[in-house]
Design a binder for this molecule. Sequence first.
Ligand SMILES: C[S@@+](CC[C@H](N)C(=O)[O-])C[C@H]1O[C@@H](n2cnc3c(N)ncnc32)[C@H](O)[C@@H]1O
Length: 444
Amino acid sequence: MKTMSLLSVVSEQKPRQIAVRVLTERLSQEEYTENLLEIELSRARLSAPDRGLCQELVYGIVRWQETLNWLIDRKTEGRRQKPEMQVLLQLGLYQMFWLDRIPNHAAVHETVEIAKELGFVAQSGFVNAVLRGYLRERVETEKLLEEVKIAQPQIGYSHPEWVYQRWLERYGAEHTAKLMEWNNTPARTYARINTLKADAAKVTAQWETEGVKFIPRQYDWIEDGLIFELESHPPLAGLKSFKDGFFYIQDPSTLLSVRELDVKAAHSVLDLCAAPGGKTTMIAQQMQNRGQIVAQDISDDRLALLRENYVRLGVTCVVASIAPNAVIANPAQRFDRVLIDAPCSNTGVMRRRVDLRWRIQPEEVERLRETQLELLRRAAPRLKPNGIMVYSTCSLEPEENSQVVQQFLSENPDFELKSERQLTPFGNDVDGAYTAKLIRVRRQ
Ligand SMILES: C[S@@+](CC[C@H](N)C(=O)[O-])C[C@H]1O[C@@H](n2cnc3c(N)ncnc32)[C@H](O)[C@@H]1O
């Protein structure tokens, strides 16, 4: 029988069907999985629990794809399956071995039914056989899944071999395992209180009335009472506290570079890679909306997000423009502070970007180094003598971090490295982030 196009099954508004569609689309499209899912969910009318299940299936299967494929290969002698068939088998196995709340027989039955709905009637027996085989060997398979984490961690924790080898060399086996485990765990949500609009007492009182469950969190680089982990909440964009600009969602690691910048109220600040504005708006908060922040970004779409954010948060001391126009427009202007929150491989935030690990390539890290150095070189002449320039990334790779800074320093003897710090998930329980604080010691 001819197989039906997945897109023709749109009338089915069920979480598993939508998950299969997104997981199949991602194999042939450039678009990020998160965006594909959002598009599909915006078209579907799912209940909140069904949306949650759909997201959990998509994100979980993308994260664990290497391990799932390994399980499938064991039963199919490595024979290549059609992409849709592979996705169906992944869907069944993921529910059986990773989701506690789905009974096994339901996982098998539902997956076989979806196979039939999609036109894989002849192959549905094969799907059934593979899944039932694993059902019979459930206990042994669970043991095997634990053993492969030790024998072949890149398969056991589902990461590309090259990424695993890189981290193994740098961080050792134990930390690398922790890092990969972290990347496979759904990311937590953190809110930073926007003190331009409200204090922590006011925001938390408002959250109580809105059904937000929160816990205060402390970090050595952030003043107390500023960061809350949101354990559960209704959709944030619908909350009055959100619309009123009482808080901004960001990982605590992103605030280290702002602390290092050490801004004062009347300062002039150049924020070279500013969008969507997590750091810009925190800098404005520290300057109590005085002084001036020239915020730039290369992307128009992201600059629109920056504007949306600073309007919502009541930030008024920002001039935003497409890079590098503002700097070119006034070449004589010098700044007290410069922040370069550079584009990077994002290896420190892999748990927030589910398919990132399958997209990045070693060559990309090399290419990014060039951009990062270029940004530092462009920014350096704009810093006043004795001013502070902070370079930051959310990468765990020294090639994009200390090595870039060292190269810059070797070319710029008027700059000194004051401090640098690498935050890691296994060391600090936050996303990975690197920050270097540089001082311009004399005029060249
Ligand atoms: C890590 S993100 C910045 C995040 C932002 N600082 C925040 O805290 O929300 C890096 C940004 O650099 C921008 N970008 C990339 N290449 C750039 C360039 N050559 N000049 C300026 N911005 C650039 C990207 O569009 C992206 O928005």
